[in-house]
Ligand binder design. Structure first.
Ligand code: PEP
Length: 256
């Protein structure tokens, strides 16, 4: 039986008051025994405020990024231990905006993944091709290279406990969602890549989210795909109502 993971990535949006209001609204809507794992990724400066608003709710906190060094002269950066201290359970790593706008390499993502796991944070590692790469028929090669480069020498057991988010760059923030078939094809390829690189157990147990213009209206058909284990949601997570609509679509998929 699948256990969906729906994560809302606010990116650099909302203010403190809005973060608190969002947390309170979601906390009051989600029962302790909700069948879906729910995660929110506020900007780091609002992790504490959002976390306090979500106290006593099963919604977990995630950071949108971190640095791999434990401490030191790294102005502007945040360590894994600091995130744990703030109550984070997950951390998004290698988001396409960090790879493409901020120039993060697979090597850096891999260092961050290792530091996150060492601090007992669950990494949500993002992979995905650009439109040009898809049109050139390179999608599988690109996600394979990102998986190899970003996960590196993790053990199969470590891989089985992490999250991978397949986020085609052309679908992020564009309104141009992948079709359920396109998402399923890459998710199935990712399982084969992981099985070849790690083992069968790791490949079946790792949860693979789809991300890219997920909304309440299109979530159910994406989540119904056999290899789609959840969604990483950007724009549609900014309003609590629309995020809750996606969470409910996941719950309905489990109990139609
Ligand atoms: C994202 O931020 O990872 C994302 C998928 O954004 P959006 O849902 O807005 O496409």
């Amino acid at each position: 039986m699948k256990r969906f993971l729906i994560a809302g990535n606010w990116k650099m949006n909302l203010n403190r008051g809005e973060a608190v209001q969002w947390g309170q609204q979601v906390a009051s809507a989600i029962a302790e025994d909700h069948p879906v794992d729910i995660v929110v990724c506020p900007p780091s400066v609002y992790l504490q405020a959002a976390g306090e608003a979500l106290t006593d709710s099963p919604v977990s906190l995630a950071a949108q990024d971190m640095y791999h060094q434990p401490n030191g002269a790294f102005t502007g950066e945040i360590s894994a231990a600091m995130l744990v201290d703030l109550g984070c359970r997950y951390v998004v790593l290698g988001h396409s905006e960090r790879r493409h706008i901020l120039g993060e390499s697979n090597e850096l993502v891999q260092q961050k993944v290792q530091a996150a796991i060492a601090a007992e944070l669950i990494p949500i590692v993002c992979v995905g091709e650009t439109l040009e790469q898809r049109q050139a028929g390179q999608t599988t090669d690109i996600v394979q290279e990102q998986v190899a480069g970003s996960l590196g020498a993790l053990s199969p057991q470590q891989v089985s406990q992490m999250i991978i988010a397949y986020e085609p760059v052309w679908a992020i923030g564009t309104g141009q969602v992948a079709t359920p078939e396109q998402a399923e094809e890459v998710h199935a390829d990712l399982r084969t890549i992981l099985e070849n690189r790690y083992n069968h157990e790791a490949a079946t147990q790792v949860r693979i989210q789809y991300g890219g213009s997920v909304k309440p209206e299109n979530a159910a058909e994406l989540l119904a795909q056999p290899n789609v284990d959840g969604a990483l949601v950007g724009g549609a997570s900014l309003k609590a109502d629309s995020f809750l609509g996606i969470v409910e679509a996941a719950a309905t998929c489990l109990n139609p």
